[in-house]
Write a protein that binds this ligand. Structure first.
Ligand code: AMP
Length: 123
């Protein structure tokens, strides 16, 4: 599938500095900031700096340096937030079935309390 990136999405505006954010970590290829509506004591969004819609788009078109930089940023955030030992959940919603609200790739790092099972099973 071909992806079209909408540069008016809210995370693109954050990357351009048009909207403020509560930054946790920044590197050449990634920015991490606190979710505006946290689901747990730790809720940080990690985004690549490049224009990628989803994990599928990113892994098809990003350079190896971008992919490494993004994945390393996720680890950095877990350590900075102190969730590595007790555990956390990393979630990346994509598309309609994934109920993705913002069409710029992001991984939610959620922790700081027991999170329960990931999804209710349908059967
Ligand atoms: P998703 O449903 O996976 O696309 O999640 C989008 C997330 O972005 C939600 O958890 C929102 O609370 C969060 N969000 C939306 N706008 C902002 C913002 N300006 N700053 C930080 N987080 C935001």
């Amino acid at each position: 599938m071909a992806y079209a990136y909408d540069d008016q999405n809210i995370f693109a505006k954050i990357l351009r500095g048009e909207i403020p954010n509560d930054t946790v970590f920044e590197s050449d290829h990634a920015l991490a900031f606190r979710d505006i509506s946290p689901a747990a004591p730790t809720h940080v969004l990690v985004i690549p700096k490049g224009p990628y819609v989803s994990m599928d788009h990113f892994t098809q078109e990003a350079s190896e340096a971008e992919i490494v930089g993004f994945m390393r940023a996720i680890g950095e955030v877990c350590r900075l937030e102190g969730v590595s030992e007790d555990g956390f959940r990393a979630i990346s919603n994509a598309g309609r079935n994934g109920v993705q609200e913002v069409p710029h790739l992001h991984v939610h790092i959620i922790g700081g309390r027991p999170l329960g099972r990931m999804l209710a099973k349908t059967e």
